[in-house]
Design a protein around this ligand. Structure first.
Ligand SMILES: [Zn+2]
Ligand SMILES: [Zn+2]
Length: 240
């Protein structure tokens, strides 16, 4: 290729041909942002899974629900995740969270778009991210879920609205038990106070987060949205 065009392309796509998981340079990567080796290592969630929260299930019960969704009320309609939260996906999400490089965002954003397209999971009025607490946002500099939500909203031509605020600081969730997590997140979210959010009433929302762990975050956000008058909440996370 003409070296001028080549260097121009590198300027607009600085991470073209680089794998976002292992940093290898390979010209077959192109703008997929992942090499063939890493792609093979990714664990995708395939059926059978819980029809509510997408947890893989290895039995076919009459309800197709996992034990958690049978025992605890979920305020969202469905939550979907393309990947299992382990191995290189876990590492990739960590990188997305702490190193703001565009290729992490593009890789995960495109993976979600592909998944949504393949599963007809794209009929939403608005796309809303799970917020960080303002203090956490200040220390980290950006909210990875917001970046992902904006990315997919733009590509799907659906309006992005940063409409939820986190009113409770909950500390590190990953070290807490399921029950503590549930309790600490109770009433942690509310819809922002401004008339401009009234358009959300009676709409169908896609709530975006990076990871689904116990489902408490997605559930509490969904509850706040329903309390406000939103009709239906669907959730998508990169992994679970
Ligand atoms: Zn790789
Ligand atoms: Zn479930």
């Amino acid at each position: 290729m003409n070296t001028f065009i080549e260097s121009f392309l590198e300027l607009i796509y600085p991470e073209k041909n680089i794998c976002c998981m292992c940093d290898i340079y390979d010209e077959t990567i192109d703008d997929k942002y992942i090499c063939a080796d890493c792609e093979r290592k990714i664990k995708k969630i395939i059926p059978p899974y819980c029809i509510k929260c997408c947890k893989p299930i290895n039995y076919s019960s009459s309800t197709n629900l996992c034990p958690d969704c049978i025992s605890f009320e979920k305020f969202f309609e469905e939550s979907r995740s393309p990947f299992l939260y382990e191995g290189i996906i876990k590492k990739g999400i960590y990188n997305l969270k702490y190193y703001n490089k565009p290729y992490y965002l593009r890789y995960f954003g495109n993976a979600l778009l592909q998944y949504m397209n393949d599963n007809d999971y794209n009929n939403f009025d608005y796309i809303i991210p799970v917020p960080l607490h303002p203090l956490k946002l200040k220390s980290r500099g950006y909210n990875q879920s917001e970046l992902i939500a904006k990315y997919i909203a733009k590509k799907l031509n659906i309006t992005f609205i940063d409409g939820i605020s986190r009113i409770k600081q909950t500390g590190k969730q990953s070290t807490k038990s399921k029950e503590d997590r549930r309790r600490s997140l109770e009433n942690a979210f509310k819809i922002k106070k401004s008339k401009k959010y009234h358009i959300l009433k009676n709409s169908t929302i896609l709530l975006v987060d990076d990871i689904y762990t116990t489902g408490s975050t997605a559930n509490e956000c969904s509850k706040a949205l329903l309390d406000y008058g939103i009709s239906k909440v669907y959730v998508i996370t990169i992994a679970r």
